[in-house]
Design a binder for this molecule. Sequence first.
Ligand code: 9MJ
Length: 671
Amino acid sequence: MKIPQDILNKVEKLRHELNENNYHYYVLDDPKISDAAWDKMFQELKAIELEYPDLVTPDSPTQRIGAKPLKSFSEVQHEIPMLSLDNAFTDEDVTDFDERVRDRLGETESVQYSCEPKLDGLAVSLRYENGKFVQGSTRGDGMTGENITTNLRTLQMVPLQLRGKDYPAVLEVRGEVYMPKAGFLALNKNAEEKGEKIFANPRNAAAGSLRQLDPNITASRPLSIFCYGVGKVEGKKLPDKHSEILACLKTWGLPISSDTTVVDGIEKCLAYHQKMQAKREKLAYEIDGVVYKVNSIKEQEELGFVSRAPRWAIAHKFPAEQAHTVIESVEFQVGRTGALTPVARLKPVSVGGVTVSNATLHNMDEVRRKQIHMGDEVIIQRAGDVIPEVVSVVASHHAKKEIHLPAHCPVCHSTVEQIEGEAIARCTGGLFCPAQRKESIKHFASRRAMDIEGLGDKLVDQLVEAKLITNAADLFDLSLEQLADLERMAEKSAQNLLDALEKSKKTTLARFLYSLGIREVGEATAKNLAKSYGDLQPLFSATEETLQDIEDIGPVVAKHIVAFFAEEHNHKVIDKLIKAGIHWPKVTVAHKTQALTGQTFVLTGTLSTLTREEAKEKLENLGAKVAGSVSAKTSYVVAGVDAGSKLKKAKEMEVTVLDEDEFLKLLKTHS
Ligand code: 9MJ
């Protein structure tokens, strides 16, 4: 059917108007029309598209909602890693940071910083190709995230098409999705009225809303986004200042915080921190601090990053928020390793807008040190995402009651023991204790371990209580009928869980080792173990001595690892898990000494065939260290075009200087 020209014109005009008004509303914070007028145009566009379905394009404003629920999220590899930020808690931490920056840059004068509010939400990456929004993802572990494109499309302030014409062919924008305070309160009020689960804080609400398989649920949640940086950029050179890149993003239609500013020197950063702290309550969204970023991109590149955090930025956190309340009773929770944690049940109190009714007392040493009793009036504090804690006693009442460590586990009634010199008391029930079983299965299923989607804490409790499972391996024997028979479990969710279990079987050795819940073996240690041993079998016979050759493994951790693999029961569970089909790609064992181990390189100037990051990665893969400034420890300085003060210093100190050709030859010889 031929579509009349006036209809084509009308559709184009409506789409343009809707997008421009969104831009004025969300990005410029300067609405031009009323919500009702916007809705009217939207309905008009929808009606035309209904009549002429051929006119519907993916970037039409009508196409944000209505997408079908997904079965699972696919993975997205971040070509440029999504970094997290190091934290500073005191002014001194911040001045130390500035000193490190100036040292590395060889700069004695003040550095220019971009200051930004630190939003407490979920970091995401938005990818635009030729101006069109093609992919949105979560940070995940920084290298691999989840594809949440359909969910991010539902946010009205995420442009489906960038404005103007001068955007790069490929543009990845990094930002934080958050839930404004008002939206969070309304969402929880509504959930409470319906008897549904309420969210502990806006951060959890934002994360929970984005990680929904059904985009229509995400669409119903009051989410918003601020952009604070870029990832991969192709086809255009962006300005050489961070603040100017943010200004570009704004002209292309992306929302930037209006509280972002540029200052010279760290003193002014501290003043910004104070100003934002005073403004915090009035902001429409929660912030847990501010971020300082070296504004020059060239300097950022020179500084580089360590593990997952850039050396050119730091988050300066606000102090924790506190409130007064009363301890009504104390209960003991049993963790994965049997540790008993005293938890205070409080008279509910609002702390920074969040209702708190439980707070941790950590352990009995802390209870004694702070002289805490039941019935006491106490100060509690909540800092960001961590569990609220009791800080101190304000007043003790006559009715006060001592808190005693129970002699028997409150869950399985096994004896509780406390090893001399250790603060932590433990239930001796081991995996006989349902609490320990539940917690170890929850850990096994958690996101950073086997990442079994849909297997939440409540469901694990249910499965253990119904005696359907006693350990992690039993999960893989569950049938559709068994799951569908559980309370609050429909057949569809049961099938989704079976699919998620199947998907989780493809994992990595590091994740698998972490998921076993060996005491003191966190993610980093699990990665080091995987890298050093390459497979599971060799670990079974590892000794305490050989284990201690590995980075970060000391005598205590080594003992726990050996003890874990000495346990017959653990081998049975591992065998069953492998038989169930859990597998991982082969790990190439890291060689202890590599070609350039012990050598320190300094890179300066621009190389024509490699970026500085690529050169650094190649060197590090050969075991070399890459430093920011020339010192007595420097083995080589690699000088590209426009090498400056570092080259001069290298010559003064008689350090060997390599030009690009010599450097490439050296890499080739050792690769
Ligand atoms: C937040 N969360 O507001 C960054 N962030 O920059 C801001 N996070 C960041 N910047 C580099 N404003 C990594 C993370």
